[in-house]
Design a protein around this ligand. Structure first.
Ligand SMILES: O=C(O)CCC(=O)C(=O)O
Length: 262
């Protein structure tokens, strides 16, 4: 990793280790984020229609958003992630996270894969003291406390309890001590240790809160997830991705021999 990148990302890595989260700004430059947001918002309907006809786990959502995909190996972002997960990383899951205007929600606190205790493919408590997943929420519209900025509880990445832990008596629907909403300008990325307790928030505003969640994993983690959220990317679509993004998605490419990792 280049020295200048290590230096520029040091405060973020420190915050990740101590607090379990940070917001990296300007990952998608201001002059292109509007076009990326539009692509993501308009393609969700195409994706939903495709999935209705062909099945929910038939095509990876990244296939529907090539402009967005270009940013996933952003140098500063990957430098932060690689310092926490090791230098070989892959993307485990990608999902639309668009909250419509006037979206109402009771909190639903959880940790993400591989620590989501409601999913079959989780590791058991007590979680080992190691970073095994990084969740990134790409803010394609500004995140505020009025439009559904994600609820997070800083420092919970080292708490051995969990809101979905049956014996832990926390309750995933309750406001929690220390909770705060993550905010940032469009083009920023909320980065979380996947153990961090976090939740959707209501969006009482009149505008959409548009985001995509992308989860990164170390190379050695099993990403098969029993077929759920393992949708593939057509080979011709995969061929169009920038090389450094191919590296993150090669395990999901259809009809392509593994070349990038060899
Ligand atoms: O959309 C959000 O603000 C939170 C999403 C979330 O909790 C998740 O993807 O695990």
């Amino acid at each position: 990793m280049a020295d200048n990148l290590l230096k520029a990302t040091e405060p973020y890595v420190t915050q990740m280790r101590e607090e379990g989260w940070c917001v990296l700004d300007n990952v998608i430059p201001a002059n292109v984020v509007g076009a990326v947001r539009e692509e993501v918002e308009t393609s969700e309907a195409d994706y939903n229609e495709f999935s209705k006809e062909n099945g929910r786990w038939e095509r990876n959502v990244i296939s529907f958003m090539p402009k967005f995909a270009e940013h996933l190996a952003n140098e500063r972002l990957l430098t932060v992630i690689q310092q926490l997960l090791g230098s070989q990383v892959r993307i485990s899951q990608t999902e639309y996270k668009i909250r419509p205007p006037h979206y109402e929600l009771v909190r639903a606190y959880h940790s993400d894969f591989p620590y989501d205790l409601n999913q079959k493919w989780h590791i058991p408590q007590p979680f080992p003291s190691a970073v095994i997943g990084i969740t990134t929420l790409w803010m394609l519209s500004e995140f505020t406390t009025e439009n559904g900025g994600t609820w997070i509880v800083p420092k919970t990445h080292v708490d051995l309890r969990n809101p979905r832990g049956k014996e832990d008596g926390i309750g995933d629907r309750n406001p929690l001590d220390g909770e705060m909403q993550a905010t940032g300008s469009a083009g920023s990325v909320l980065i979380m240790d996947s153990r961090i307790w976090h939740s959707n928030a209501e969006n009482p505003s009149a505008g959409k809160r548009t985001a995509v969640v992308v989860r990164y994993a170390p190379w050695w983690l099993n990403l098969e997830l029993f077929g759920v959220n393992t949708a593939t990317i057509p080979g011709e679509t995969f061929d169009q991705l920038p090389d450094n993004v191919k590296l993150l998605y090669e395990h999901r490419a259809e009809n392509r021999e593994p070349t990038v990792w060899i």
